[in-house]
Write a protein that binds this ligand. Structure first.
Ligand SMILES: [Zn+2]
Length: 409
């Protein structure tokens, strides 16, 4: 098992060691890697993601460490960006990316404090912890976490941060640990347990890297909650991530407020008002279109001379959609004057609507089918009303003339 320097010195970012083994690239794992006698690099485990950094071999070959993983035998492999000339016993200097490590310490320590706050206030135990690139989350064993509980846990967790309580590492036997009332006892049988203690607030067994005092967590900001299979997932960000998240949110909200020429806090009201206005305007537009369709239909009917006991209105609209064309056709045939309306919209996609007054002698459904077949359109209907669509670019005026000629024949 590789000696883990971060267990006792989570602040250690530079160290010296010796190569214990070189991992030769294989088809399964094409990256070269090295195992060291001891390391300060943290391997992905316990919800915390691995460190990155640099190794200098034999005081000259500097190579990037892109991933650090724990093998089943407890040895830690440092995966390297490029292969290096190294053998067992080669001297190694390690340097860990400090910003990434600090971020992980803030997230992981923030998680301990937050999990303890949920237990203290609402008896909601944490069943798992996930650290992502943007945000972190804990899964709580509870079907629901309401907004008040989110705010309550966030407040309590940040109180613990502000009090800057020491975070201590200690080792106890499993038997001792069982008597200490840990928030979480690991399932694996191990003789010695590493405990992380947030003084007077939380005690749990954990192998992760943590801050030395809660003030270093910076701040804990809770984000969304969602129902998951094992309970409720609570997203959160700590430290610098919390600052970045707040900055992003502020920028988005500022941009929204500027669009409304409103104060930040007034944005939700402005959006609500806009939705209400929109609803009214839609209704007004629909009413106006209906009135327009009716007026145009009546005007067309009045202009059209009667032929064989009815008036045949043929009309194509280049600026109105199918909905309007339908309204026009329906209005043209229900005034009491026997009429046939053969109407089209040439907007993309073009459409045809054929309609006749009740009791008319033609068959709109059949007529429409006839003209559609010639251009590969689709549609249908009844004796008195039919509608259909035709491919883009079809000459709809031509189809209307064809239909008119058919019923006037
Ligand atoms: Zn932990």
């Amino acid at each position: 098992m590789t000696k883990r320097l971060y267990f006792d010195r989570p602040d250690l970012l530079e160290f010296e060691s010796l190569v214990e083994a070189v991992v030769v690239p294989s088809t399964e794992e094409p990256r070269p890697g090295v195992i060291l006698r001891e390391t300060a690099f943290y391997p992905t485990s316990g919800g915390q993601v691995h460190d990155t950094g640099w190794l200098t071999l034999d005081a000259k070959d500097r190579v990037r460490v892109t991933e650090v993983a724990e093998q089943e035998d407890g040895r830690i492999v440092h995966y390297l960006e490029a292969s290096v000339r190294a053998a067992e016993g080669t001297a190694v200097g390690g340097v860990i990316d400090s910003e990434r490590r600090r971020d992980h310490m803030q997230q992981h320590s923030g998680q301990h404090v937050l999990s303890a706050a949920f237990v203290e206030l609402y008896q909601m135990p944490t069943v798992s912890f996930h650290m992502g690139d943007d945000y972190c989350s804990i899964d709580l064993a509870t079907p629901v976490v309401n907004a008040e509980q989110v705010a309550g846990a966030e407040k309590r967790a940040n109180q613990i941060v502000f009090e800057n309580r020491p975070v201590q590492i200690r080792y106890v036997s499993r038997a001792e640990a069982e008597k200490l009332g840990l928030r979480k006892l690991p399932p694996a049988e191990r003789d010695q347990l590493r405990l992380i203690e947030v003084t007077g607030f939380d005690l749990s067994a954990c192998g992760g890297t943590h801050v030395a005092a809660t003030g270093q967590i910076g701040a804990i900001l809770l984000r969304k909650t969602e129902r998951v299979r094992q309970g409720t997932r609570v997203e959160f960000v700590s430290g610098e991530r919390a600052v970045r998240a707040a900055r992003r949110d502020y920028d988005a909200l500022s941009e929204s407020a500027a669009l409304f020429s409103a104060q930040l806090g007034d944005v939700p009201n402005q959006i609500r008002k806009s939705f209400d206005d929109l609803k009214v305007l839609r209704k007004q537009k629909d009413d106006a279109l209906e009135e327009l369709a009716e007026a145009l239909a009546i005007a067309a009917l009045n202009e059209q001379p009667e032929t064989t006991g009815r008036r045949v209105i043929v009309r194509s609209f280049g600026d109105r959609d199918t909905g309007f064309v339908k309204l026009f056709a329906q209005n043209a045939v229900r005034t009491g004057i026997p009429a046939v309306a053969l109407v089209a919209s040439s907007l993309d996609p073009p459409s045809l609507v054929f309609s006749q007054s009740a009791g008319g002698t033609a068959d709109m459904g059949t007529l429409l089918k006839q003209v559609l077949t010639s251009v590969g359109g689709r549609g249908g209907g009844s004796r008195d009303f039919a509608q259909g669509g035709v491919p883009a670019g079809t000459n709809v005026e031509q189809l209307l003339r064809q239909a008119a000629a058919t019923i006037e024949a």
